[in-house]
Design a protein around this ligand. Structure first.
Ligand code: ADP
Length: 281
């Protein structure tokens, strides 16, 4: 559905951030785009949705270049920036002016999301707290039911209960016809929420994988003693070494996204070489 093909992009008078980057995303998935601060997540997402224009290569949705910004395509994409613009409007006025751009907008769903997020509906939006403003925009973004929903750092600015609400609401919003992309540098926020991981590092996609396939090839667990030597990656902790291990016995384990991310961006390359051999990257 979404293809970034040989995409190159750099800001004016700056070296290229991406040089020949390739990425394919499909509907029916929630992707987590992971990367350190400054790794280019926002820039990549803006290329994806047609807010930045590639210097070379293409970003397409169903074969149409997003950079052309065709209205029929834009009505099927929602991009929620990390710090969305909040107009000095009531929710009602906001819906009246903005929802017509999205033919699939569902008012009932929106009301349900606002209730789940505990956001009052009648206040002027700029009078809401920053967290409430963010939740209002997330509720709107989800209720638009666009084919592609991209949220840049959606959990930034949310307190702990709101992060739990976000998780619950998002899980109920996924369907086979849409593709959701969430970026974060706070990897743990996406635990149990995403089914696929994309790690962006040094201007390239270091890893793109479905978590269920990944956990067939590797196993996450705590090890100690001689077992540490067999780890593909490990981090010492008070309760042993948190490790990523080969998984020939196909033992199921819960992926530790932070450990996975650290392993991928570490210099060792052992995990990536192993996965390349197992042909799942
Ligand atoms: P991330 O979202 O992963 O934190 P960004 O895509 O925001 O990363 O930024 C990637 C790099 O591009 C950073 O070095 C940042 O300083 C730079 N950058 C971002 N926006 C601009 C801009 N408008 N002009 C020039 N450089 C920019």
């Amino acid at each position: 559905m979404i293809r970034l093909t040989d995409l190159s992009f750099g800001y004016r008078n700056q070296p290229l951030l991406f040089n020949g980057l390739n990425l394919s995303l499909e509907t029916g998935h929630i992707y987590g785009l992971l990367g350190k601060n400054g790794s280019g997540k926002t820039t990549l997402l803006k290329n994806m949705v047609g807010l930045h224009y590639p210097k070379a290569g293409r970003a397409t949705i169903d074969g149409v270049d997003t950079a052309k910004r065709r209205p029929d395509l834009l009505s099927r994409i929602f991009f929620l920036p990390e710090e969305p613009y909040i107009p000095d409007h009531t929710a009602k006025a906001f819906l009246e002016t903005t929802s017509p751009f999205y033919p699939t907008f569902d008012r009932e769903l929106f009301n349900g999301y606002l209730a789940a997020f505990d956001v009052p509906e009648r206040r002027v939006l700029t009078k809401l707290s920053l967290g409430q403003q963010k939740k209002f925009m997330i509720a709107f973004a989800l209720a638009c039911r666009t084919k592609l929903l991209v949220m840049d750092e959606p959990t930034n600015g949310l307190d702990i209960p709101s992060k739990a609400q976000f998780r619950k609401v998002l899980a109920s919003a996924v369907d086979e016809d849409c593709c959701i992309v969430l970026s974060t540098h706070q990897v743990r926020d996406l635990d149990n929420l995403i089914d696929s991981v994309i790690v962006l590092h040094d201007g390239t996609v270091k890893l793109q994988v479905q978590l269920d396939q990944l956990t067939e090839q590797i196993r996450f667990g705590n090890v100690s003693g001689t077992a540490v030597a067999s780890a593909l990656y490990g981090e010492a902790a008070f309760d042993g070494t948190h490790a990523i291990l080969p998984n020939p016995e196909r033992i199921s384990s819960k992926p530790d996204l932070e450990l996975l991310f650290n392993a991928v961006v570490s210099d060792s390359g052992i995990l990536l070489n192993y996965l390349a051999k197992e042909e799942i990257r």
